[in-house]
Design a protein around this ligand. Structure first.
Ligand code: SF4
Length: 212
């Protein structure tokens, strides 16, 4: 969880540049992803489905959509409907600035296509800082979720993702097995074959992404 502390000390809105004590640290998050991935890629590919790993593989295959809004170039189709009929831009932004209207007063289709909703989704791409745009794993993260973009890049530009160091760590770590799985799938084989390939590599065999 990444929980931002607002200027009044509360944690209600996606505002503020500091996080609460119970928020995960970026390097902790990266370590968590790496640890779970290492277990999965050795034992569970094809039997246990982890959404983040599936989305990562889709981006390594450049499939157009990762299947997860946070890892896509743009977003804006994950709206949130409250019990009273209020419709918000996203379930991570259920707050006054992102209220589109109420479905008891206006048709949901009209609200979904409201003038502020399209830019909400496009901003995910259009507000990326240069540091992220030019980074080698940009194709995998696309800046992740805008709700977490509240720190500065090393050159002082705003809008860097708070979790960026953890994601970079994770995406660099999985590069080789992702290329292996991508190579298998492109040749009509199954991603789960990666487990045997890695076992072979452990036993001293030579393994490259193109020839598993
Ligand atoms: S703001 Fe974040 S959670 Fe909401 S749709 Fe965009 S990427 Fe997904």
């Amino acid at each position: 969880m990444v929980e931002r502390i607002n200027s009044d000390g509360l944690t209600i809105y996606q505002e503020g540049t500091t996080v609460s004590e119970r928020s995960v640290l970026p390097d902790q998050f990266g370590r968590f992803l790496r640890t779970v991935f290492d277990e999965w890629v050795r034992h569970d590919v094809g039997t246990v489905f982890v959404q983040t790993f599936e989305a990562t593989l889709r981006n390594w295959l450049h499939m157009g959509s990762s299947g997860m809004c946070v890892f896509n170039e743009t977003c804006g189709t994950g709206l949130a409907l409250e019990h009273n009929g209020d419709l918000f831009s996203c379930d991570h932004f259920v707050e006054p600035d992102y209220l589109l209207g109420n479905i008891r007063e206006r048709h949901m289709l009209e609200l979904v296509s409201a003038p502020q909703q399209v830019p909400f989704g496009l901003d995910k791409r259009d507000t990326l800082p240069r540091y992220t745009r030019e980074y080698d794993v940009r194709f995998a993260c696309h800046g992740e979720c805008p709700k977490n973009r509240f720190v500065e890049t090393p050159d002082g530009e705003g809008g860097l993702n708070y979790l960026c160091p953890g994601f970079k760590d994770f995406f660099h770590h999985v590069d080789f097995p992702m290329k292996l799985m991508g190579g298998l799938l492109r040749r009509g084989r199954e991603a789960r074959e990666v487990m045997a390939v890695l076992d072979r590599a452990d036993a001293g065999g030579r393994v490259t992404p193109g020839t598993p």
